[in-house]
Write a protein that binds this ligand. Structure first.
Ligand code: GLV
Ligand code: GLV
Length: 348
């Protein structure tokens, strides 16, 4: 008999045929071009062998219980997986596919873009043009000036800080090397031990004066000219950038969040920007998204560039992610090796 797979979003004409070509599968697809309705998903998931989900679809006990013992795999079209209850999957022997690597470059690109946009006052200055005010604004020596990402002189230094130092953070640092960044500081998950040998290797790899793990978040905040938030979401990293952190940043520094909104206390950030604790911010993610309206304090803040979670949104990358998610789903239902499977061992 045919196996059912439930797909929470139409993946388009380049990817859907990968699934539909498999005559062993009954492919059930959410028919609309918006987030899959929970009721629809719960109605269709019973008896499924696989489910392909987006970040917006919660994979929890409720969903897994509805799916029942036929379920072999959940494939998420995302690198993040905080919407997935890992212990619940592990307890049921359900495998998890996700999409690392294929989006690393796209998200690193946007991270650098936001650092530049935030530092160079893009929101305020584009607003001037949009509102038709350019004709009344004569070029002036010091108006619109912000901090420079590039090292201003060969004798000066520039430090980039990374909260989280995984694939995307390292790809972002690689992009900053030609800007003359001299030092990098990073923090990783509290459990992992500092490693001078690893730091020496990073220092050589990026050809910087030094790359080193910061002794504390406070040290990273105090020492960085630009801070990139690039750690996973979830309870363990909630509000790592809080009022305390923001008060410790340089007043000329820029904060970039291209990871998850939950890592940054949005209200503390809005206040910090208003009161000048740091210079500016660029965020691709905001806690509570997509319910981030024009009245949101960060959207209102002239020194905060806000993007609607588009870090991986290039044609090439989204196609890569959709293809990988489809292939992970197929590998899962047919019991084959997945191209990108999260190891759930020890997650129960
Ligand atoms: C995007 O945020 C992702 O997790 O892929
Ligand atoms: C709310 O948006 C918060 O970050 O606390």
């Amino acid at each position: 008999s045919r196996m059912k797979v439930v797909v929470c979003r139409d993946l388009g004409p380049d990817v859907m045929p990968l699934l539909r070509a498999r005559t062993e599968l009954d492919v059930v697809v959410w028919p609309e071009d918006r987030a899959c309705e929970r009721a629809w998903l719960l109605e269709h998931v019973p008896g499924a062998a696989g489910v392909l989900v987006m970040l917006s679809d919660k994979v929890n006990e409720e969903l897994l219980d509805k799916a029942g013992p036929t379920l072999k795999v959940v494939s998420t079209m995302s690198v993040g997986y905080e919407h997935v209850d890992l212990p619940a999957l592990a307890a049921r022997n359900v495998r998890l596919g996700y999409t690392p690597d294929v989006l690393t470059d796209a998200v690193a690109d946007v991270s650098v873009m936001l650092a530049l946009m935030a530092g160079r006052n893009a929101k305020e200055t584009m607003g001037v043009v949009q509102r038709g005010e350019w004709p009344n604004t004569s070029w002036s020596p010091f108006s619109f000036c912000g901090p420079q990402l590039s090292r201003p002189s060969p004798s000066s230094t520039r430090t980039a800080g990374f909260i989280g130092f995984g694939r995307i953070a390292r790809a972002t640092l690689a992009r900053l090397v030609p800007f003359g960044i001299t030092h990098a500081l990073y923090t990783t998950s509290p459990g992992s031990a500092p490693s001078p040998a690893q730091d020496a290797q990073y220092t050589r790899q990026f050809s910087l004066t030094s790359v080193r793990r910061a002794g504390s978040l406070a040290a990273l905040a105090r020492g960085s000219d630009v801070v990139f938030v690039l750690a996973p979401g979830g309870a363990a990293t909630r509000h790592v950038v809080d009022e305390r952190f923001l008060r410790q940043m340089k007043r000329t520094a820029v904060l970039v969040n291209t990871a998850r909104g939950t890592l940054v206390d949005a209200h503390a950030l809005a206040r910090a920007l208003r009161e000048g604790w740091l210079w500016g911010a660029g965020v691709d993610v905001v806690e509570g998204e997509p319910a981030v309206g024009s009245a949101h304090p960060l959207v209102q803040e002239p020194r905060c560039v806000v993007l609607p979670h588009i870090g991986s949104a290039t044609t090439e990358t989204r196609l890569g992610m959709a293809t990988l998610a489809a292939n992970n789903l197929l590998a899962g239902v047919f019991g084959e090796a997945m191209q990108a499977e999260l190891d759930l061992k020890g997650r129960t």
